[in-house]
Design a protein around this ligand. Structure first.
Ligand SMILES: O=C(O)CCC(=O)C(=O)O
Ligand SMILES: [Fe+2]
Length: 304
């Protein structure tokens, strides 16, 4: 029975190199690359029915893996959304002190939860029903059309939260999101609507444009990586969010990450199967946004 259960794990979103997914022989036979290729087909099936929506953006998202939409809301709506975000953030209880390293656990608070990445704090707060954020951004903007058009998923309001990122001290407790990585083996998506300017001061999102695509070179790299991650018990990439160096990007013929410095009122949507990272910033710098994370089933094409 455990074997059948392990075998079925192949068809789930499991990314860690544990059980059969981390089996050295299965990876030598190409299990990891096989999962990438099948999930690519599923992704195509998921998005195909929405071919008629947002054609131009859909094409650039398919090519680049990232889209940026400046002036996303009209001025009045933007100002209301921004005011509501700051009002909510000002009412949050003080952040807990962090004692852990690496990817931290969720720590609940009355409005949502906090989570640390090394010394960097992520604060999430839920959005009130019928509030300006819900009305202007989540319900009435182009957003619901965009998520369907770009990746074939419905933009459910429960996906969205208010998100404050507060940079920590890299020297004493490094932030793992500041290393170039991909989130997982299949197509997953993250979205940020920034209400302040994003500059080098507050740590922009950085993305290797086009690196979400599977090319012969990237599949060769993935194959090598899966063979070493599965055969070395302490390999840093056994979690399945493969880290990459600039040399690795060069080997895959992908460009160095581009830092997205942006004006306020900008929406960014990224396919986090591509290589990305959070750029460095001074300790204490804040980046405020509305955020959503979409993780479809890797091997089921239904839009959920
Ligand atoms: O905060 C960022 O800019 C990106 C962090 C990241 O890697 C992620 O959320 O997957
Ligand atoms: Fe990431």
């Amino acid at each position: 029975m455990p074997f059948i259960k392990q075998f079925l794990a192949i068809a789930t979103n499991e990314k860690s190199f544990v059980g059969i997914i981390g089996n050295p022989l299965a990876n030598r036979f190409g299990l990891h690359v096989f999962r990438i290729l099948v999930s690519n087909v599923i992704c195509k099936i998921r998005t195909a029915p929405f071919f008629f929506l947002e054609r131009r953006l859909r094409q650039s998202f398919a090519k680049d893996g990232v889209v940026v939409l400046e002036n996303f809301l009209d001025e009045a709506a933007f100002l209301q959304v921004k005011a509501e975000i700051y009002q909510v953030l000002d009412q949050l209880p003080p952040a807990p002190v962090n004692t852990e390293r690496g990817f931290g656990k969720r720590i609940s608070h009355p409005q949502g939860f906090d989570r640390y990445d090394g010394g960097t704090l992520n604060r999430f707060a839920s959005i009130e029903k019928n509030s300006p954020i819900m009305e202007h951004l989540v319900k009435k903007s182009r957003l619901s059309k965009l998520t369907l058009a770009l990746f074939g998923l419905f933009s459910r309001s429960s996906k969205y939260s208010i998100y404050e990122l507060r940079h920590g001290d890299e020297a004493s407790n490094p932030d793992i999101q500041k290393q170039l990585h991909k989130d997982t083996f299949h197509h997953t998506y993250k979205l940020w609507y920034f209400v302040d300017e994003v500059t080098y001061e507050n740590g922009p999102f950085a993305y290797s444009v086009g690196s979400h695509r599977s090319t012969l070179k990237s599949l060769q790299w993935e194959y090598q990586m899966s063979c070493t991650a599965s055969s070395e018990k302490d390999h840093p990439n056994r979690g399945g969010s493969f880290r990459a160096t600039p040399d690795d990007l060069n080997q895959m013929a992908f460009p160095l990450p581009k830092c997205f410095q942006l004006p306020a009122n900008t929406l960014v949507i990224a396919n986090t199967k591509g290589f990305h990272q959070r750029a460095f910033a001074e300790m204490g710098a804040r980046r405020i946004s509305i955020y959503a994370n979409f993780r479809p089933l890797a091997f089921l094409p239904f839009a959920i």
